[in-house]
Design a protein around this ligand. Structure first.
Ligand code: FAD
Length: 612
């Protein structure tokens, strides 16, 4: 049966690659069906990985045994740790990558993975019987059967591209869209809606006057994404900074009646935190200038990406606008900016495992769930791939908790609250962000990755050794005393660093701890009070987070619940009392009704058991 698999993943973008690699490594016969095998893991927008909160997600993916961090380190051409001067909870690594090399690196990982087959196929429809997925049908007319299917179709479902008044069908510039799959989802009963995103123009770097731009070098000591990386793989490049100005804003205002976002041509909602330049100019008229980063697209290309200048105004206005910016007066445009509208499937139709509520064995991950960003997509892809494989094996699914991972926060937000605009992660979305640092992602998640079968022996023993070395250094720091105080206490004095204490202390020097070991111990000491407070908060919530709500509960039979609460609980079907409490409009009164109801059910079940 050549077209029969355990798991089928549809779409080889950032979510799809992680999902397929995870499922195959967990022993499932996996097919990765994608429109064009030459665009595996292509970055649709900026060739940069990480950034605020997103950097933490990539470290989490790596800690769990995913690939994004390794591919980033293999192809990074500039590293920067963002928020370096702020606290460790909000520091996030970011890397500019070589776009072509990144895609090639991920394609190599996919191609070399045993048990994983990459197939060129556009999926047109799903096959479901009795509420269970059975497979998919390709545009070639071929059927592919599987026990689980993961959909990761990005911006391709009925994608519609806009540049000024010109509209064209496509999933990304120069690529076709997937016109049929969302109709198949609708026929199965799913609600499908529209979102929008946009990208800036790319320019020819040889036509830029860099003397008018400020240079932005990378960090001398890079913060890598993978816990396994020890050194730089590629030569590093600088980025540049310039600004828009009043003249440019005037050009935009003068042509706003030709901007599809303002003519009513685009109706879908775009990313609030990554607005187009025309939106910035119209929404913040008091601002006379906006930052633009000129970022290299790769080592063997002169193309530069203009971060901060997403736009879908007509091509001639894009040119005029660019020529009004310092350093870009004579610039040649390599590709124009554009906006794209696409179908997504509102994620409240999913369980926290990313399995759909309507069709068992069908999982959704990435931009199809209303998110924006490679990292958010990859994090979901990894979880969906793990859970698809576990469902095939008959194992309990994995759900990352909000205090365990940003990926847990992301998925919980999506499935509990949904999203009406492209969702991107921020540190502010995590209530326990001091626990969710990028330095401790491995200590939070590598044991979970190991238990899932995704962390190999080499990585596991490296992790165990690191954990032991952190424990050893922390013990010495707690034990050694100076002037009546332990080093641990001294570390809480502002300005005192562990590196300086090590330099002055023979026993610690003898341990020769690496930078990441020192950093881990220092953060845990300096922030112990805050970390303990957050841990106590997690403990306080643990009872509700652990209290499971059986999926089959009929909320209509609980008359003590208000009608609105019954409707919301029936729609979201939360898996724990904690998740129920996060549904908007569900307050403490409903939670105590539910708690009492669950206690009653448990009592009845145990009485029935004893009576037998
Ligand atoms: P994608 O990377 O889109 O991959 C989807 C894959 O599925 C593709 O390989 C496609 O060929 C395949 N596919 C789709 N349908 C089918 C089908 N029916 N059958 C077979 N294969 C199929 N993110 C940001 O964070 N910031 C930004 O500013 C930003 N701007 C963007 C601008 C544009 C114009 C676009 C297109 C995207 C932008 N993004 C941005 C989003 C970012 O690119 C996505 O969030 C990310 O790529 C989503 O990953 P994904 O794996 O879900 O989907």
């Amino acid at each position: 049966m050549p077209n029969e698999y355990d798991v089928i993943v549809v779409g080889a973008g950032h979510a799809g690659c992680e999902a397929a690699l995870a499922a195959a490594r967990m022993g499932c016969r996996t097919a990765l069906l994608t429109m064009n095998p030459d665009t595996v893991a292509l970055m649709s927008c900026n060739p940069a990985i990480g950034g605020l909160a997103k950097g933490q997600i990539v470290r989490e993916i790596d800690a769990l045994g995913g690939e994004m961090g390794k591919a980033t380190d293999e192809t990074a051409i500039q590293y920067r740790l963002l928020n370096r001067s702020k606290g460790p909870a909000v520091q996030s690594p970011r890397a500019q990558c070589d776009r072509k090399l990144y895609a090639a690196s991920m394609k190599r990982r996919v191609s070399e993975c045993p048990g994983l087959t990459l197939v060129a196929e556009t999926v047109d429809a799903l096959i479901a019987e009795d509420g269970r997925i059975r497979g998919v049908v390709g545009a070639s007319g071929r059927e592919y059967r599987a026990k689980a299917v993961v959909l990761t179709t990005g911006t391709f479902l009925k994608g519609l591209i806009h540049v000024g008044s010109e509209k064209s069908v496509g999933g990304r510039i120069g690529e076709p869209s997937a016109e049929r799959l969302s109709d198949s989802l609708r026929r199965l009963g799913f609600v499908v809606e529209r979102l929008k995103t946009g990208t800036p123009p790319r320019i020819d770097g040889r036509t830029v006057d860099f003397t008018k731009c400020a240079e932005q070098p990378g960090d001398a000591e890079p913060c890598f994404f993978s816990f396994a990386t020890t050194r730089l793989a590629l030569p590093q490049r600088v980025c540049w900074i310039t600004h828009t100005n009043e003249r440019v804003h005037e050009i935009i205002r003068r042509n706003i009646d030709r901007a599809p976002l303002y003519t009513g041509q685009i109706t879908a909602v775009g990313p609030r935190y990554c607005p187009s330049v025309e939106t910035k100019v119209m929404r913040f008229p008091e601002k006379t200038s906006h930052l633009i980063f000129l970022e290299p697209e790769g080592l063997d290309t002169e193309e530069l990406y203009l971060n901060g200048l997403a736009t879908s105004i007509p091509a001639d206005v894009q040119e005029e606008m660019l020529h009004g910016i310092a350093g870009l007066e004579r610039v040649r445009v390599a590709r124009y900016g554009y906006a794209i509208e696409y179908d997504y499937v509102p994620p409240t139709q999913l369980f926290a495992t990313l399995e759909t509520k309507l069709v068992r064995g069908l999982f959704h991950a990435g931009q199809i769930n209303g998110t924006s960003g490679y990292e958010e997509a990859a994090g979901q892809g990894l979880v969906a791939g793990i859970n698809a494989a576990r469902s095939v094996r008959g194992d309990e699914p994995i759900v990352l908790r909000r205090h365990e991972a940003y990926i847990g926060v992301l998925i919980d937000d999506l499935v509990t609250k949904g999203t009406e605009e492209p969702y991107r992660m921020f540190t502010g979305r995590a209530e326990h962000r001091l626990l969710l640092r990028s330095d401790n992602a491995d200590r939070r998640l590598t044991p979970i990755g190991r238990a899932s079968g995704l962390v190999d022996d080499g990585s596991w023993s490296r992790f165990e050794e690191k954990r032991a070395r952190i424990g050893e250094l922390a013990e010495w720091v707690g034990r050694i005393r100076r002037n009546g105080k332990s080093l641990d206490e001294l570390l809480r004095t502002p300005g005192v660093t562990l590196a300086s204490l090590i330099a002055e202390t023979e026993e610690l020097r003898a341990l020769a701890p690496e930078r990441e070991i020192v950093e881990a111990v220092e953060i845990e000491s300096k922030y112990r009070g805050y970390i303990s407070r957050q841990m106590r908060e997690v403990e306080r919530l643990r009872e509700s987070e652990d209290r499971r709500i059986p999926a089959e509960i009929d909320y209509e039979t609980i008359p003590q619940l208000r009608r609105e609460a019954r409707e919301k609980l029936s729609r979201i079907r939360p898996s724990t009392l904690g998740q129920a409490a996060r549904i908007s409009g569900i307050g403490p009164a409903e939670i105590s009704v539910l708690r009492i109801y669950l206690q009653g059910r448990r009592r009845q079940a145990s009485d029935a058991h004893e009576a037998k």
